[in-house]
Write a protein that binds this ligand. Structure first.
Ligand SMILES: [Zn+2]
Length: 162
């Protein structure tokens, strides 16, 4: 059977609020606000989850991990990512690469990017050279520019014999 390639896209936004930890790509970042959501609201990891699920046509993050369920309250999104990685492996899918862009005006993320790549790589058991994380801003435009939230988009390529 021929190898087949599938690509998926993921997108997520969470609001920045007081009295929440800021976790992006599984890295806790020192900042005066954090992302609000039912889980740890790790916007980057959520975008990656949706890209992987999308590539395998397995639905979306809300369908697999419904917000409002007690078991997912404040859960590390890396735990959810691991489950998704396991679902793909169970379907004999292998991750070719992942590329992510985080859009945040503040805080500056450059010092945290390597840690995010390592977390995704380790959680999904895929080489870090296949995991790209980039950070951008909106140059002050819109709600992201006003530091009211953080946005992330991701693409994932997977291969299998399906
Ligand atoms: Zn989310």
């Amino acid at each position: 059977m021929e190898t087949s390639l599938r690509v998926g896209i993921g997108y997520d936004v969470h609001p920045l609020v007081k009295k929440r930890k800021l976790v992006i790509g599984g890295v806790e970042i020192a900042f005066n606000k954090g992302l609000d959501g039912w889980s740890d609201a790790d916007v980057l990891t959520h975008a990656v989850i949706d890209a992987l699920l999308g590539a395998a046509a397995l639905g979306d993050i809300g369908g697999h991990f419904p917000p409002g369920e007690a078991q997912y309250k404040d859960i590390s999104s890396l735990v959810l990512l691991k489950e998704v990685g396991d679902k793909l492996a169970a379907g004999s899918w292998r991750i070719v690469n992942i590329d992510v862009t985080i859009v945040a005006e503040e805080p500056k993320l450059a010092g945290y990017i390597e840690g995010m790549r390592q977390n995704l790589s380790r959680t999904l058991d895929v080489g870090v050279e296949r995991v790209s994380v980039k950070a951008s801003t909106t140059n002050g435009l819109g709600c992201i520019g006003k530091v009211r939230g953080v946005e992330a988009m991701a693409v994932a390529l997977i291969e299998g014999k399906q």
